[in-house]
Design a protein around this ligand. Sequence first.
Ligand code: CP3
Length: 352
Amino acid sequence: MKKAEEEYSFLKACQRQPTDYTPIWLMRQAGRYLREYRALRKKYSFLEMCKNPELAAEVTLQPINRFKLDAAIIFSDILIPLGPMGVKFEFAKGEGPVFHHPLRDRKEVEKLRMIEPEEDVSFLMKSIQIVRAELENQIPLIGFCGAPFTLASYIIEGGHSKNYILTKGMMYQNRSTWDVLMEKMSEVLIRYLNAQIKAGVQAVQVFDSWVGCLSPQDYKEFVLPYSKKVINGIRKKVPLIHFATSSSTLLGLMKQAGGDVIGVDWRVDIGEAWARLGYDVAIQGNLDPVVLLGPVNLIKKEVKEILHRIGGRRGHIFNLGHGILPNTPVDHVAVLIDMVHEFSSKVRPERR
Ligand code: CP3
């Protein structure tokens, strides 16, 4: 059934308008927990799938064909814009991303290229167009990027990190190089998000997955100006979700950096987090992905708990606190979505 854009419960919730039920989508909703995804992955590498518009579109739609999700998210990765910037990486089996030549000094930072998304990542624009056509306006499509800090940490550390010693090292000991890197990264991400919006995404999420390793003072000084710049750089107004994990102490500052919706993980009480943020911003979250492994009674209890903490207030998007785990049973996902829709629709309408 075709819908006018203003009828989508997901977009309405982003704008804190009343909805008949709480909309839900799941971070990494296309991925290894789906049999059909694993079948394709036998034939193609992860990056091959990201860079092939037909395959990326097919994978984006896999969870949509199975579940009553309220939004789709384009299949890609936060690392995709780094390739055309001149940073080489690969996904090593079982290890996540590996960068063979991590960036450590000023000269290397200066060599980073600005990207022209329409040329350099044309496959992404094409997959967005295919998905929009296939969705026939049933649900909206979300685009995304990594935040400047999280992407900088990957290219400085050379992969995922425990203590972010090298990233913080650049911040503390080499401030001007850090600023050049973050400035370049911000400009690239502004172009990257604007190109996705132009290609047709109807909302965007900025993933600052690893920024929780910073103190509030460091976030304010070294990160906030750049995240803010990216968020303010969006030309056509679409709702923006600003997400981080382990960000309890950073929430107020993340709000200052911007976003219509703040995404929180399971380490916070979502009701308390929202009260602290203020109700002039929407909130997304925050089921622990491990809860989704079951049993079903636990999922039910936790869904009720989250909805209770939200208390029927307008402007909540249900999601996990981080990406769905590969060993998640598919029927639990279906049950979760039904529960969120059913329980939330019973909340007294005047409170919605
Ligand atoms: O949400 C979605 O369904 C859209 C697709 C999406 C992927 N990655 C697909 C993916 C999104 C939004 C991302 C974001 C992303 N990528 C983040 C931010 C979110 C988060 O999890 O914190 C980060 C940090 C990355 C970088 C990344 N990509 C890592 C660390 C890994 C390896 C870890 C892992 O889960 O394997 C990836 C690979 C990746 N990105 C996979 C998928 C489906 C698995 C690839 C595979 O082996 O098939």
